[in-house]
Design a protein. Structure first.
Length: 261
């Protein structure tokens, strides 16, 4: 019996964007994006290359802050608080909202130290406590069985799929609420991809997931909600079944039936 069933029945908004506009220099990359991310759901962002998917997902944890010439207008409420308010602690935001990238990027250190990295930064020093967090995170990311006897070895020696699950464990170790994933499986083979997809479905019991994907079958398989973007605009947003089976916009239909993209 799914312990989260009761909670899942009442939708709860975790992130809400309000009229987001974003420019890189003079390039208007996002136009009037207003959308909501639901708790304990998987939300997929799809659309052709250059439409603004990565830009939008980076808006959710202020990762665009570090890009020169990037300017943003609008608001992003995370649990009701605008994360672009001047008094916001960005480090705290990124602890609560983790990011997984396209290419697995483990640090050049041991498997153990990769997962312990975040908790150490956030002042977990007791050895037993750290060990507990590392084990729990590796179990949650479905990697424990494969690495329990090589925790002290370099993370760079893991396969691509294992490295990506390690990065997920590293993100989980600081107890985030939301996990953002930008094409997390596009560098992986089909078997490693299937493992990550199963993992994402598992993770939504405890976390909220937003995933950018080029792969429409993947979006259809694992997401509850889908947003279709085109030229910096959110053209359509809704339940995944509705967007794929009964899209309201002709553009969406053309894209999902493969007429462009
Ligand atoms: N750092 C940057 N500096 C300038 N322009 C950028 C930068 N990052 C993205 N852009 C531009 O913003 C627009 C949206 O790019 P973005 O990377 O968000 O698209 P995407 O949908 O993720 O594409 P892809 O599917 O190819 O990853 C594009 O026109 C892109 O060239
Ligand atoms: Mg991208």
């Amino acid at each position: 019996m799914d312990m989260n069933m009761g909670a899942n029945m009442n939708n709860q908004t975790v992130i809400r964007t309000q009229d987001i506009n974003l420019w890189y220099g003079t390039t208007h990359a996002l136009t009037d994006i207003t959308m909501e991310i639901q708790k304990n759901k998987v939300t997929a962002l799809i659309g052709p290359s250059g439409c603004g998917k990565s830009t939008l997902i980076r808006v959710f944890d202020r990762m665009n802050d570090i890009i020169n010439g990037c300017r943003i207008e609008g608001k992003v409420f995370f649990n009701g608080k605008n994360i672009y308010d001047p008094d916001i602690d960005v480090i705290e935001i990124r602890k609560k909202i983790g990011m997984i990238f396209q290419k697995p990027n483990p640090f050049p250190m041991s498997v153990y130290d990769n997962v312990a990295y975040g908790p150490r930064i956030h002042n977990v020093t007791k050895r037993a406590h750290l060990e507990e967090i590392v084990k729990k995170s590796l179990k949650l990311s479905a990697l424990w069985n494969e690495v329990e006897d090589r925790l002290g070895q370099s993370a760079l020696g893991l396969s691509g799929g294992q490295q990506q699950r390690l990065c997920i464990a590293r993100a989980l170790a600081v107890e985030p609420e939301v996990i953002l994933m930008d094409e997390p499986t596009s560098a992986l083979d089909p078997i490693a991809t299937a493992k990550i997809e199963d993992l994402i479905t598992d993770l939504k019991k405890q976390y909220t997931v937003v995933i950018v994907t080029h792969n429409m079958q993947q979006a259809a398989r694992i997401s509850d909600y889908t947003g279709f973007m085109y030229l910096g605009k959110l053209i359509e947003f809704g339940k995944t079944v509705q967007v794929f089976e009964r899209p309201e916009q002709e553009l969406t239909e053309n894209y999902i039936t493969g007429r462009f993209g």
